[in-house]
Design a protein around this ligand. Structure first.
Ligand SMILES: NC(=O)c1ccc[n+]([C@@H]2O[C@H](COP(=O)([O-])OP(=O)(O)OC[C@H]3O[C@@H](n4cnc5c(N)ncnc54)[C@H](O)[C@@H]3O)[C@@H](O)[C@H]2O)c1
Length: 340
């Protein structure tokens, strides 16, 4: 079978997961890595034994590449994605597709014109808990979904230390879009309007100009209403870097997911840790879990002409909701989702 020649653009925290996935996938030749940061490029290209570049266009001019993975910071996905599309390469882009709907529409238009396929890495769809919920909601005995609640938060460290670019993103773009994507997938229909309120000042006082927390109410076409909460200010002493809960009240059943408690607990003298054992695990050269599954799925979908589980429309819709949530929190008005 033909192997897929892949290059990874952006070799930071999450780009490394892509590099691990593709360097161990038997159907992939990992060809090159590209990062604006020369030191990162040199270190990572050596580590994976691949060519290193600091410019996506130069890489695509010089290497035989079938597909490009973009794992640059949230607000900087568009340029490398558009470059890959210009060279007619299929793309796997990290979530969110973009941080403005303008960028998302531009990417969609260019991809359609060039005839390339773009998948968005909304990896929560591959979480076995999410798949169980999706299937439960599809069963006729469950009845209509009436009300939903989802929260996904991060510890302070994510905004203050992990992401150098957090002031150019927000808890809504970074984790909220995961929620919006998952809820749309569960509901099988679109959001009509949103109302949101937010809190600012704590992260600003520490030099990061973004929301501390935003609560959004989303109204769906099927009549179900969801409350979604996203914050970047849970204490660093929390047992995990993120916390997540879901509760869905349906006509005949109630569904609950606690993504913080995956059943494994580690104790020492100072702290309890509750790792998300389903997300990414490394063992003897293998890398496994629902954080990695979408990367391998991308390869399978390209090589075998299968539809993506999260495509450009999904990327756009999550961004339209994120933009409306920000607008509502800024103006204290209900915001209708407008589509072109
Ligand atoms: N950190 C996480 O836990 C996590 C989880 C899931 C998804 N993501 C997503 O992955 C993406 C990357 O996040 P991260 O945490 O790895 O950020 P990061 O800052 O650790 O890494 C981003 C890398 O991209 C490089 N870069 C920036 N612009 C570039 C360009 N034009 N060309 C080439 N390289 C460029 C930077 O030098 C940096 O090394 C984000 O969209 C984020 O939302 C992150």
């Amino acid at each position: 079978m033909k192997k897929l020649n892949i290059a990874v653009v952006g070799a930071g925290i999450y780009g490394k997961n892509h590099l691990d996935a593709f360097s161990t996938n038997p159907n992939v030749n990992l060809v090159a890595v590209c990062d604006l940061n020369k030191e990162i490029t040199d270190r990572v290209s050596k580590e994976y034994g691949v060519k290193g570049y600091n410019d996506t266009e130069e890489m695509l001019l010089n290497e035989d590449i079938d597909a490009v993975v973009v794992a640059t910071p949230d607000p900087y996905h568009k340029d490398p994605v558009m470059t890959a599309i210009k060279f007619k390469k299929d793309v796997l882009v990290e979530k969110p597709l973009a941080t403005t709907s303008e960028d998302a529409y531009e990417i969609i238009e260019a991809a359609e014109k060039a005839g390339v396929r773009v998948m968005v890495d909304y990896h929560k769809r591959w979480d076995p808990a999410s798949i169980a919920v999706k299937n439960k909601l599809a069963s006729p005995e469950t009845g209509k979904p009436v009300r939903g609640y989802m929260k996904m938060d991060n510890i302070y460290d994510v905004a203050l230390n992990w992401l150098k670019w957090s002031g150019k993103s927000s808890p809504v773009h970074f984790v909220g879009t995961h929620c919006y994507d998952l809820i749309r997938w569960y509901m099988g229909c679109e959001v009509t309007q949103v109302y949101a309120v937010g809190h600012k000042g704590i992260l600003q006082s520490k030099g990061v100009d973004t929301y501390d927390s935003i609560t959004a109410i989303l109204e769906f076409e099927n009549g179900c209403t969801w409350t979604v909460e996203n914050a970047w200010i849970i204490p660093n002493g929390f047992a995990k870097a993120d916390d997540g809960r879901t509760e869905i009240l349906c006509e005949n059943e109630m569904i609950r997911v606690d993504s913080q408690k995956r059943g494994v607990e580690f104790f020492n003298d100072n702290k309890l840790s509750t790792p998300n054992i389903c997300f990414i695990q490394r063992y003897e050269g293998r890398v496994l879990g629902f954080g990695i599954d979408p990367m391998n799925d991308f390869v399978d979908c390209i090589l075998n002409y299968k539809p993506f589980m999260a495509n450009l429309k999904d990327g756009l819709e999550a961004e339209l909701i994120a933009e409306a949530v920000h607008k509502s929190a800024d103006t204290h008005q209900v915001v209708k989702i407008e589509r072109r």
